[in-house]
Design a protein around this ligand. Structure first.
Ligand code: AHN
Ligand code: ZN
Length: 338
């Protein structure tokens, strides 16, 4: 066998090795049945694995509805903190009590993973992990006192963030990242009781965190909230409060999505105003926060996906292609930040 000149061997080794350092990734090992990959990851940006994110959603769903005050809620909190601890050395569980709209005292847990905690420049990635106690939007009145399974409404954003947590363990971006899984987002008043005590009925966990961040003098450059990010053929319209408080950050995220080939899903169009966790981060923590949320003006319930707050919000309506679009976009935002 002909031997290659030593310098050439060294060159090959260098190429192979530099691939390891610069690709910073376990690669895109997508099974063929998986999400359409529109673009290969840029060098230095890890590839998001939608199969893995999907599994993390299934894992949460397997506990049953994660309704505050129930065993599945307790068990899922343990699963989430254990999973984050596998990928990050700095996980804290912030325990708190908040009063719900109806006077109920609820015990909540915000689960927080801090990557490179000493870095000054930080980005927050967040989602809520609890599920709604009542399916008050269900077309069948008999279902309206049942809990929402919460595959899209809750588990989807959390599943995408667990996969991002796994990637951040492999590959370190320039900025520090805090992944925050908020509790008690979805305990707002039922449909027929809206208007009850105003706007602070939702996002109890994010309200608590925004007034009591997990770290003294905590600061972040901006936050991205993921909510209902598993629907097929999503429309991530530019949500009103995000535009009001953080339009430059919205534009940045939407431009990166377009650059990745996802412009159809991130159109340059305004959606409505949604009282969600990002609202409280903007209002009470003063950190610019952007909501990536599927908004559909033609939907049967006026804004969200068809199964929103019904007993049918289950795995059937989770699309890996959407998880891939969202996860890839968020990873690109994080790794392009300098
Ligand atoms: C309102 O409908 C006012 N807020 C919805 C926030 C939410 C509920 N996100 C998920 N579930
Ligand atoms: Zn909800």
């Amino acid at each position: 066998m002909r031997k290659l000149p030593l310098s050439y061997q060294a060159f090959i080794l260098l190429i192979a090795f530099s691939h390891c350092i610069f690709s910073c990734s376990d690669g895109r090992k997508h099974a063929p049945d998986t999400a359409t990959v529109l673009k290969e990851p840029a060098p230095g940006i890890p590839g998001f694995n939608a199969d893995s994110a999907y599994r993390y959603i299934e894992n949460q769903m397997a506990f049953g509805p994660r309704v505050p005050g129930t065993l599945p809620h307790d068990q899922c909190a343990v699963f989430l903190s254990n999973t984050l601890q596998r990928f990050c050395g700095n996980v804290v569980v912030q325990e708190f009590v908040m009063r719900a709209w109806d006077g109920t005292l609820l015990e909540g847990k915000n689960i927080i993973a801090s990557y490179s905690p000493d870095k000054k420049i930080r980005i927050i990635l967040c989602a809520h992990w609890d599920s709604r106690p009542v399916a008050d939007h269900d077309p069948n009145p008999a279902n309206r006192s049942k809990p929402v399974p919460g595959a899209n409404d809750g588990a989807s954003g959390t599943g995408v963030l667990l996969e991002i947590a796994r990637q951040l363990n492999e590959c370190e971006p320039y900025v520090g990242v805090d992944i925050i899984l908020f509790d008690l987002e979805d305990y707002g008043p039922p449909n027929n009781r809206q208007g009850h005590r105003g706007e602070d009925n939702w996002g109890l966990g994010s309200q608590y965190w925004s007034r009591n961040p997990h770290k003294f003098n905590y600061k972040a450059r901006f936050a991205i909230l993921l909510d209902m990010v598993g629907v097929p053929d999503p429309q991530f319209l530019k949500e009103g409060f995000s535009m009001h408080y953080a339009s430059d950050k919205v534009d940045k995220v939407w431009e990166i999505a377009r650059d990745l080939g996802y412009g159809d899903f991130f159109p340059d169009r305004m959606g409505g105003y949604i009282t969600d966790d990002h609202y409280y981060i903007n209002k009470y923590a003063g950190i610019p926060a952007v909501n990536i949320i599927h908004l559909d003006k033609n939907s049967v319930n006026g804004s969200f996906f068809e199964q929103w707050h019904t007993v049918n919000d289950d795995m059937e309506f989770i699309d890996k292609a959407t998880l891939d679009i969202v996860g890839t976009t968020v990873l690109n935002v994080v790794f392009r930040e300098k």
